[in-house]
Each structure stands twice: as structure tokens, then as C-alpha cells.
Design a binder for this molecule. Structure first.
Ligand SMILES: Cc1ncc(COP(=O)(O)O)c(C=O)c1O
Length: 361
């Protein structure tokens, strides 16, 4: 038996009855958009993160665009963003009218740092997107100390912990994705904006609703971007289990260390003070294709996620002129995601490590 790259279905088996009941509850109320389930989940999620407010939106990409606009980002502004991330982190910037400015990462944590962000700041910088990549937690307070507001892209970091709180409550605002494979996933698309600033939350509520408060008068060009009642009801069933699942991910990471994986590949390093709920467990290898072949040969799932970094994707080239991002290029060339899930067992980890040993020099 092989080891799959991820496994998010097993954790839901035990919740099937509760999930069915939640769906029926929505059918019974016949409220499908912006009803009681979304309001309740927004409150519960804000409380979970330790954020003041939460605003449910349609997905994690629009969450970024709407949050940036709610933070006052617009035409003529620049937004600093890492290039070693999922494309959407940067794709969400141009729809605000602002332009992305790409910054480098720490090669061991895969996250931006105050130094890599500082190198990309200009007088036009209006915000920084700190991506909590793979479940690690970027040093948000150190970046805000540079004097620029941070939007946390926490799409991959639900359940993670930082020394000073949880993702979602570390910066001016934060965004989450509830794409099904995420640490907290729904049964379709879904997203959330959290913020400590009630004015930002209020602007985001208006923006997600066509730029209106009542669909009678319109204040601005907005979006039709709501988390729906069914997804919210499904997420409410799962949220109380998120910490347990996160602990399973941490434990799997410790199993990898205990099994000696660090002697074969470069292990991801948590940012100082962070306790990541590893969304993906991404290792480094000088010849990742060789590692990939060894793992695939043993039926172990693996995947390079970001071989071409965002700033070298065709639509981004116009904003990447002169960008020199050596750590990003290195990470793009050498990274490989190996199995990770809340239910990854010690035995499975040992199987992965044995297979990785076949790629040792
Ligand atoms: C880092 C990051 N940012 C943004 C997104 C976008 O989220 P969504 O797919 O819900 O639009 C994702 C996930 O897909 C992501 O991994």
C-alpha cells in the first residue's frame, strides 16, 4: 500500500451524520445566502482566530482583492508580495488597480521576512501580503514594524500558531481559503476575511455585496462574493475539530524528524515562535526529480507545487522587470511536497523516509 500525498476525507468520515444534519438545517430554513449560518460561522471563526471581525466571501482569491480594497489599496499603489506562493496571492492584486512588487523569502521557512520585504518597499507601497506558506507563519509583527500594513494570506495556515497569536489576528487583516483540500475545507469554494479593524470589516461587507448595503443604493463597484449558507453550515461542523487535526499535522512533522528524514533532505523550518499546522510538508533536495522518482517508485505521493515562481509566470512579467529573487529561484528549483495529513501515521512516515533513502547520493 502506498502513501497518498494528502488525505482530507478520512477525518470527515466520523462527521458524516453531523454534516448531513447541517445540510438539512439549511434546507429547512430555506435561507441560502447571507443568513444565520454565515453570521454564526463568521462569529465563531473570528473568535477562533482572536480577530475582531470575520467576513465570509466566495473564495480565498477574492478574499485578498476585497481585503486589499477594504484596506484602502487602489490604483497607483504598490503591494509587496512573495513570488514563491500560489499564483492567487499575486493575481488578486491587479484587480484592485494596484501593482504587485515581488519580494524574496527565507529559503528555510519559505516565508517572507522583514528584510526581504524591506528590500521591496517604495514610497508607493500601500500594503504587504505576508503568505503563511505551507502552514508556516510569517513574522507579521516584524513586518508591520516597518510601518506598512500587513494582509496575511492565511489560505494554507488555518490551525497554525504563532508566538503572538493565530494567523488571522496578527496583521491588519487576513484572508483564508476553504478550498476542499485546505486544513479547514468546505465542499466547494469558500473564503474568509478577518480583521482587527471594524472599518475594514464594514468596507469588506459592502464590497462583497455589489458595493451596496441594501441592493437598492450602490456606493461603489463591488463583487458578488459571498460564502454561502451550505458551506458555512458545513464549516461550522468542522471548526471545533480544527485544532485536533492541526495537532495531527504537527505530530506527522515530528514523526518525519524522528525517522531521520533530515539526514536525507532539507526539512522545512518553522518561523521563530511558530507552531505550523503543516498544510503541505515541503522538503528540499538538490536533485528533486531524483527524489520524486524514488518516491513514485514506492507509490508515495509527492508533487512540486511552484516550480515556476509567480514572477516568472507570463501575466506577471510586466511587473517583474529586474526582480532578483535568489532564494525564491532556489526554493522553486529544489522543493518537493511529500505526504502530509492529520492522519499520517508513524508507519506511513517510515515508509516515506525509506523510499526517500533510495534517492540519497
Ligand atoms: C497561498 C494561497 N493564497 C490564495 C489561495 C486562493 O484560494 P482559493 O483557491 O480559495 O481562491 C490559495 C489556495 O488555493 C493559496 O494556497
Amino acid at each position: 500500500m502506498g502513501v497518498p500525498l494528502f488525505n482530507t476525507s478520512e477525518q470527515l468520515l466520523a462527521l458524516r451524520d453531523e454534516l448531513r444534519a447541517a445540510v438539512e438545517r439549511v434546507l429547512d430554513t430555506e435561507r441560502y445566502i447571507l443568513g444565520p449560518e454565515v453570521s454564526a460561522f463568521e462569529q465563531e471563526f473570528a473568535q477562533y482566530c482572536g480577530a475582531g471581525s470575520a467576513v465570509g466571501v466566495a473564495n480565498g482569491t477574492e478574499a485578498i482583492t476585497i481585503a486589499l480594497r477594504a484596506m484602502g489599496v487602489g490604483p497607483g499603489d504598490e503591494v509587496v508580495v512573495p513570488s514563491f506562493t500560489f499564483y492567487a496571492s499575486a493575481e488578486a492584486i491587479p484587480p484592485t488597480g494596484a501593482t504587485p512588487v515581488f519580494c524574496d523569502i527565507d529559503p528555510d521557512t519559505f516565508c517572507v521576512t522583514a528584510d526581504t520585504v524591506r528590500a521591496a518597499l517604495t514610497p508607493r507601497t500601500k500594503a504587504v501580503i505576508a503568505v503563511h506558506l505551507f502552514g508556516n507563519v510569517a513574522p507579521v509583527a516584524e513586518i508591520e514594524a516597518l510601518g506598512v500594513p500587513v494582509l496575511e494570506d492565511a489560505a494554507q495556515a488555518a490551525g497554525s500558531l504563532a508566538g503572538d497569536g493565530r494567523p488571522g489576528a496578527l496583521g491588519t487583516a487576513a484572508t483564508f481559503s476553504f478550498f476542499p483540500s485546505k486544513n479547514l475545507g468546505c465542499f466547494g469554494d469558500g473564503g474568509m476575511i478577518t480583521t482587527r479593524d471594524e472599518d475594514v470589516a464594514e468596507r469588506a461587507r459592502v464590497l462583497r455585496f455589489h458595493g451596496s448595503r441594501d441592493k437598492v443604493d450602490y456606493e461603489q463597484i463591488g463583487y458578488n462574493s459571498r460564502l454561502d449558507e451550505l458551506q458555512a453550515a458545513i464549516l461550522r461542523v468542522q471548526l471545533p475539530h480544527l485544532d485536533g487535526w492541526a495537532e495531527g499535522r504537527r505530530l506527522a512533522g515530528r514523526h518525519y524528524e524522528d525517522a531521520g528524514l533530515g539526514e536525507l533532505v532539507g526539512l522545512p523550518r518553522p518561523v521563530a515562535g511558530a507552531s505550523p499546522a503543516w498544510h503541505l510538508f515541503v522538503v528540499s533536495h538538490p536533485e528533486p526529480e531524483r527524489l520524486e522518482r524514488a518516491l513514485a517508485g514506492a507509490d508515495v505521493g509527492c508533487k512540486p507545487y511552484y516550480r515556476t515562481p509567480v514572477h516568472r509566470q507570463a501575466p506577471m512579467l510586466r511587473w517583474a522587470d529586474g526582480a532578483e529573487l535568489p532564494a525564491t529561484e532556489h526554493a522553486a528549483r529544489t522543493h518537493l511536497a511529500i505526504p502530509m495529513s492529520p492522519v499520517l501515521s508513524r508507519e506511513q512516515v517510515e515508509q516515506v523516509v525509506a523510499a526517500a533513502g533510495q534517492a540519497a547520493p
